[in-house]
Design a protein. Structure first.
Length: 226
């Protein structure tokens, strides 16, 4: 019987926490990334390294769905926060993922962005949640947040965080009718003066490991809420 739950962790800096959390795990290879199976709350759970960016995250999400047919996918990871709108280490439970970096000079950019963006139904997820979260919109694209874009992203989409993968994973899950929970911890802040981690990758890597540990520790509570 296939596991009911799959956990996708995208970027290398996020995934590198997993061998430390599960040092005795037997890692398997796939076309996209390594994976392991662990037991949480008495049931098997797949942990899968989906890699970063739109293309690998979409392809690996479809691979996970085709191979294991999970009922629920959790995407655990990091995000950049808009300085003054959210704090480092805050956890975001995503209910809308906007693919904001589309430019359509033949047709309508707004229509293209709407097509690739996804509202995420969380009505089935029981409360209270096991950890404190900020529920809201994430902007997702193949680039880090540019400081000059922040005012427009806040005004147009009501977002205060951004990442590279949520939009793609949400799109794939929506088209496969698979339930999705995206939990992203704020690893660094970006404002008019630049970003905490820009040019300082170690800042993000250290934050990413702490965030992934916290989110993995919270999984038993989230699974109890399904």
């Amino acid at each position: 019987m296939n596991p009911r739950i799959a956990v996708i962790i995208s970027a290398d800096g996020e995934w590198q926490a997993i061998p430390k959390i599960f040092p005795d795990a037997e890692f398997q290879k796939s076309p996209y990334g390594d994976w392991i199976q662990r037991e949480i709350n008495g049931e098997p759970v797949i942990f899968y390294h989906g890699f970063y960016g739109k293309i690998p995250s979409a392809a690996s999400a479809q691979y996970v769905i085709d191979r294991w047919n999970p009922e629920v996918i959790f995407n655990l990871g990091t995000c950049g926060g808009f300085r003054g709108e959210i704090e480092r280490d805050d956890i975001v439970l995503v209910d809308r993922a906007v693919v904001y970096d589309v430019i359509n000079q033949i047709g309508s950019t707004d229509k293209a962005i709407k097509f690739f963006s996804s509202d995420i139904d969380l009505s089935w997820l029981k409360e209270p949640y096991p950890i404190t979260v900020h529920r809201g919109t994430i902007v997702s694209g193949d680039r880090d947040i540019r400081p000059e874009d922040i005012p427009g992203l806040k005004e147009k989409y009501g977002a205060n965080v951004g990442d590279w993968e949520s939009g793609s994973i949400a799109y794939v899950c929506r088209h496969n009718n698979v339930r999705l929970v995206i939990l992203r911890g704020v690893s660094d802040l970006v404002g008019s003066d630049g970003g905490d981690a820009y040019g300082e990758r170690v800042v993000w890597v250290e934050a990413a490991e702490k965030i992934i540990r916290r989110l993995v520790d919270s999984l038993p509570g989230w699974l109890s809420n399904l």
